[in-house]
Design a protein around this ligand. Structure first.
Ligand SMILES: [Zn+2]
Length: 125
C-alpha cells in the first residue's frame, strides 16, 4: 500500500501495473472536487467526499470477464476494487474514474437504480 502523494485516498496501484495512473488520479480528483455538484443526495455526497479523502483503491489484476470494478461489503468498508488488466472494461470507459466513484458510492449504501448522479448506474433489476 502506498499513500498517494497528493495526500488523498490510499491506493495499492502503482505505475508498473497501471500506466495511466497519473491520468486516473487527475480524473478522480476532478470528480471528487465536483461531488457536491454531481451527487444529488447530500448525505451520499458527504460520504463519497470522505472516500475521496481517506478511502482506498485496490488494483486487481484479475477479475471476471467484463467487470470494471467491484466492492467488498465485508472488508473495511472503505475500498473500491478496480480491474486493471489491460483491455479490461475498466479502461474502455471514456473516464475510468467513474468506476471508482461508483464503487465508493456502493460502500456508502447506494444501490443500482437509485440514480442520484452516481456514474454508471445500470438501473434497478
Ligand atoms: Zn455497481
Amino acid at each position: 500500500m502506498h499513500f498517494d502523494s497528493k495526500g488523498l485516498y490510499d491506493t495499492s496501484c502503482n505505475s508498473d501495473d497501471c500506466p495511466d495512473l497519473d491520468q486516473l488520479h487527475r480524473q478522480i480528483q476532478a470528480r471528487c472536487s465536483n461531488v457536491a455538484n454531481t451527487i444529488q443526495d447530500a448525505s451520499l455526497a458527504s460520504c463519497i467526499k470522505k472516500k475521496c479523502e481517506s478511502g482506498k483503491i485496490t488494483c486487481q489484476k484479475t477479475c471476471p470477464p467484463g467487470w470494471r470494478g467491484y466492492y467488498d461489503p465485508s472488508n473495511s468498508g472503505n475500498g473500491a476494487n478496480i480491474c486493471i488488466a489491460s483491455g479490461s472494461q475498466f479502461w474502455s470507459q471514456p473516464d475510468p474514474s467513474a468506476t471508482v466513484i461508483h464503487e465508493w458510492a456502493h460502500q456508502c449504501g447506494w444501490e443500482h437504480g437509485m440514480g442520484m448522479g452516481v456514474p454508471n448506474d445500470p438501473g434497478a433489476r
